[in-house]
Design a protein around this ligand. Structure first.
Ligand SMILES: *Cc1c(COP(=O)(O)O)cnc(C)c1O
Length: 404
């Protein structure tokens, strides 16, 4: 077999569909954020980043950077092992206690990323619980889907955000056997929020556990940044809350918060926890400082929401269609992979604006989009510049405007 030819052909097919991914290579000096420098062949171009998942700029905050730097200088760069074999630092344990407190749970368990936390926890629970069925929302993130698949548990997909469909599907299952309802709070691509109280009620009625991905909500919602489950007063009725330390908290790592027994169970049986080197303690400490900060401060959340409202108002002014939702994610649907990429390329090259196009398989074909994430760091001038640029391009590409 000609392996190289096979790889090239597969990549050409992606290019033909408009789904070949090109990464923007950036330097991101702290003092200029949300401005960055894009490195192209031989050139350096200043750009404003409008698609970061460091939603609140915490990765750039002096407090968090100092915590990471101080700990790295004092304790070293890496953890030195898996948690089982010499890799457990006091700082990991401290962070887990903080995460448990954030969500009002007995315990927290740290992983190297949010992806790994979903994959490892769902695959372990689904594999070990007797006769387990996992009921998965149709729009769940790839990390949950992979974890469920790997568990080899019975899998039932229910209609996105539809508690009635969930109810029907739970009712159709035999009463014996474990059941896990897996869903998210804020969905990352549409920015919609699940009807959590109804989902919890349905799950409780059928004796099912709930597994909630709050990756796009932790740090951002709830009076202490504990996510939508905290805002809605539902955290104690959710069995497992999963989150990331890489988005609003601005660092890296993932976790679950749940009962002491459940966390101890996953710690003891999950291969994705046991057989991989622990997060560097410096990152754990940076994340802890970030979580503690956002537990006490609402300023960043308020500034973000203000900028989300400002951007939406400007897009309305120019009649740029943007998907309505109650979150901080502003999706501008283009509906075609080539157009989405053209808009993104032109914004970058001619306007110094970086918004990555979101194409299949991240979103369904025909719903390709620009996904804009305003942060507290953006200024009024940044917002005006982005809105005007989009308006220019809307005219240039003869895209349809929103009805006034
Ligand atoms: C980003 C994301 C994850 C993975 O988190 P990482 O910390 O980036 O690995 C999990 N779930 C959802 C919904 C996400 O968007």
């Amino acid at each position: 077999m000609n392996y190289e030819a096979y790889f090239e052909t597969a990549l050409d097919a992606l290019r033909d569909e408009g789904n070949y991914r090109v990464f923007a290579e950036l330097e991101r000096p702290v003092e200029q954020a949300p401005q960055a420098v894009q490195l192209t062949e031989g050139a350096r171009r200043p750009v404003t980043v409008w698609c970061s998942n460091d939603y609140l700029g915490m990765g750039k905050s002096a407090r968090v950077r100092e915590a990471v730097a101080r700990t790295a200088l004092a304790d070293g760069a890496g953890a030195g092992g898996t948690r089982n074999i010499s890799g457990t630092a006091h700082l990991h344990v401290e962070l887990e206690r903080t995460l448990a407190r954030l969500h009002g749970k007995e315990a927290g368990l740290l992983f190297t990323s949010g992806y790994v936390s979903n994959w490892a926890s769902l695959s372990t629970l689904g594999a070990k619980l007797p006769d387990c069925t996992i009921l998965s929302d149709a729009k769940n993130h790839a990390s949950m889907i992979e974890g469920i698949r790997h568990s080899k548990a019975n899998k039932v997909i229910w209609k996105h955000n539809d508690p009635e469909d969930l109810d029907r599907k739970l009712a159709a299952l035999p009463a014996h056997g474990a059941k896990i309802v897996a869903f998210e709070s804020v969905y990352s691509m549409d920015g919609d929020i699940s009807p959590m109280a109804e989902i919890v009620e349905v799950a409780e009625k059928h004796g099912a556990m709930t597994y909630l991905d709050e990756v796009h909500a932790v740090g951002l919602y709830g009076e202490r940044g504990g996510g939508i489950s905290q805002r809605e007063g539902l955290a104690d009725r959710i069995t497992v809350i999963e989150g990331t330390l890489a988005k609003a908290f601005g660092v890296m790592g993932g976790y679950i918060a749940a009962s002491a027994a459940l966390c101890d169970f996953v710690r003891s049986f999950a291969s994705g926890f046991i057989f991989t080197t622990a997060l560097p303690p410096a990152l754990a400490e940076g994340a802890r400082v970030s979580v503690e900060h956002l537990m006490a401060s609402n300023a960043e959340r308020e500034a973000q929401q203000r900028n989300v409202a400002r951007l939406r108002a400007q897009l309305d002014h120019f009649r740029i269609p943007h998907m309505e939702n109650p979150s901080h994610i502003v999706p501008v649907v283009v509906g075609d992979p080539f157009k989405a990429k053209f808009l993104s390329d032109t914004l970058l090259e001619h306007y110094g604006i970086y918004v990555q196009p979101i194409n299949y398989p991240t979103v369904a074909k025909g719903t390709e989009r620009l996904r804009i994430t305003p942060s507290p760091l953006h200024t009024e001038a940044d917002i005006m510049h982005l809105s005007r640029a989009l308006s220019d391009l809307w005219s240039q590409c003869a895209l349809s405007r929103a009805v006034a």
